[in-house]
Design a protein around this ligand. Structure first.
Ligand code: FE2
Length: 379
C-alpha cells in the first residue's frame, strides 16, 4: 500500500486554483431496475429512506417511471422502463438491476462538461437547462467505466424538490431513518488490465488524484486476488476506488461481478453513518443481510487497532469490522448483494478520524466473500 503525502489533507496538496472540476459531493445515485415501484418500497422499508419525488406518465414522462427517495444527504433514484423498445430495458437485460448514474453536485455544469470533454471525456449529455415553476436546473454528463455515467448537476437556480419533470411524492408510509447520512465512496469494478486506463481517466479528465493503492500482495487470499486504487477529487468529497481482478488460484470476486454484470460497473456504494451500531442493528431488523465474519476476527482486534470507543460484544454480534490508519479508525460492514445476481452491494461505514478504506479487513472480508462465492458455485 502507498499513501500520497501521509498525514496531509488532500486539500492542502491540491489547492482550489488547480481544481478544474470543483465538486460539492454526490448529488444522487440512480439505479436502473426491473421494477422501480417495488425497489423504492424496498429501500424505504429496509434502509429507512423517505419518499421524495416521482416522474412518470402522470408527470409527462412517457417511457419510464422514476422514484426519488432520500435519507439525510443521501438521494437514490429508482428508474424502470415502461416498454421493451427502450435503452433502459436493454440496460437491465444486459446488467440486471444496477447503478447507471453517479450524479455529482457542481457550481457550473456547463463548465464541468467543457473541462472534462476537452480533456478527452466522452460526452453523455451536453449541457441542458431544465425548467419548471421552481426555476432552472442545468445538467450535463460524461461516460465512465462500462455503461456507467457521471452527471454534473447545477441546482443553484433551482428550488424544486428534486429535478424538473418530477413532482413531490408524498406518502403515508414513511419508515423511520436508519441513520444513513451520505455517500462516502463508490467503487467501480473494471476489466483485466483496465485499471490504469481508468486511473488515467479520473486523473486527466476529472482532475482526481490517486491517494491509495493496493496490489495483490496486500489483498490476495488463498484463492482470489484483486488490485485497487483509490481516486479522490481535490477537496476529498468524492472518492472512487477502482478494482481490477488479479490472477489467483480461482475466480476472484471482481471476475464474478464482471461475469454477472456483463461488464464493468459499480460494485459497491459506501453509506456513512454517525452510529454504526444503531444503523446496522436497525438494518438487520429490517432484513438487510450482511456478510458474516468468524468470531475469531475479534480475538486479537484490540491488539491490532488499539483503543476504540465501542464495546467489542455488540461489534462481534453484528459482524462490524474495525481498521485503523495514521489518523484514527473506522468501522465498516458489507451487505450481501442487493440483487439475485452477485453484483451490487452496500458498505456501511463510520469514520472516527481514519480516511482510509479498511485494508486491514480485506483478508477477513474476502474470505467471507469467497465462502459466499463457493455457495453460488462461482469460485
Ligand atoms: Fe468500500
Amino acid at each position: 500500500m502507498s499513501i500520497t503525502a501521509p498525514g496531509k489533507s488532500i486539500n492542502a496538496i491540491y489547492s482550489q486554483e488547480t481544481d478544474f472540476l470543483p465538486l460539492q459531493g454526490t448529488d444522487y445515485v440512480e439505479f436502473y431496475v426491473g421494477n422501480a415501484k417495488q425497489a423504492a418500497h424496498f429501500y424505504k422499508t429496509a434502509f429507512g429512506f423517505q419518499s421524495l419525488a416521482y416522474a412518470g406518465p402522470e408527470t409527462g414522462v412517457k417511457d419510464r417511471a422514476s422514484y426519488a427517495i432520500r435519507q439525510n444527504k443521501l438521494t437514490f433514484v429508482l428508474t424502470t422502463p415502461l416498454r421493451t423498445d427502450n435503452i433502459l430495458a436493454d440496460h437491465i437485460y444486459k446488467h440486471g438491476d444496477g447503478i447507471k448514474i453517479i450524479a455529482l453536485k457542481v457550481d457550473d455544469a456547463t463548465d464541468a462538461w467543457q473541462q472534462t470533454t476537452s480533456r478527452g471525456g466522452k460526452s453523455y449529455l451536453p449541457p441542458i437547462t431544465l425548467t419548471d415553476e421552481s426555476g432552472d436546473l442545468i445538467m450535463s454528463g460524461i461516460h465512465t467505466y462500462g455503461e456507467t455515467v457521471h452527471l454534473f448537476i447545477e441546482r443553484k437556480n433551482y428550488k424544486g424538490v428534486f429535478l424538473p419533470g418530477y413532482r413531490e411524492w408524498k406518502s403515508d408510509y414513511n419508515p423511520e431513518s436508519t441513520g444513513l447520512q451520505y455517500v462516502d465512496h463508490c467503487v467501480g469494478n473494471v476489466g483485466w488490465n483496465q485499471m490504469n486506463t481508468w486511473v488515467k481517466f479520473y486523473e486527466e479528465v476529472m482532475g482526481f488524484r490517486n491517494i491509495l493503492s493496493f496490489d495483490d500482495a496486500d489483498i490476495s487470499t488463498e484463492y482470489s486476488a484483486l488490485m485497487s486504487k483509490v481516486m479522490s477529487n481535490g477537496n476529498g468529497f468524492v472518492k472512487f476506488p477502482i478494482n481490477e481482478p488479479a490472477e489467483g488460484k480461482k475466480k476472484s470476486q471482481v471476475e464474478e461481478y464482471l461475469d454477472f454484470y456483463n461488464g464493468e460497473g459499480c460494485q459497491h456504494v459506501a453509506l456513512a453513518t454517525n452510529n454504526i451500531l444503531e444503523t446496522v442493528t436497525a438494518l438487520q431488523k429490517r432484513g438487510v443481510e450482511f456478510l458474516k465474519i468468524p468470531s475469531s476476527y475479534y480475538d486479537d482486534l484490540l491488539q491490532r487497532v488499539g483503543h476504540i470507543d465501542e464495546d467489542l460484544a455488540p461489534l462481534s454480534e453484528l459482524g462490524i469490522l474495525v481498521d485503523k490508519d495514521e489518523e484514527g479508525y473506522l468501522l465498516q460492514i458489507f451487505s450481501k448483494p442487493m440483487e439475485d445476481r452477485p453484483t451490487l452491494f452496500f458498505e456501511i461505514i463510520q469514520r472516527k478520524g481514519a480516511r482510509s478504506f479498511g485494508k486491514g479487513n480485506f483478508k477477513a472480508l474476502f474470505e467471507a466473500i469467497e465462502r459466499e462465492q463457493e455457495m453460488r458455485g462461482n469460485l
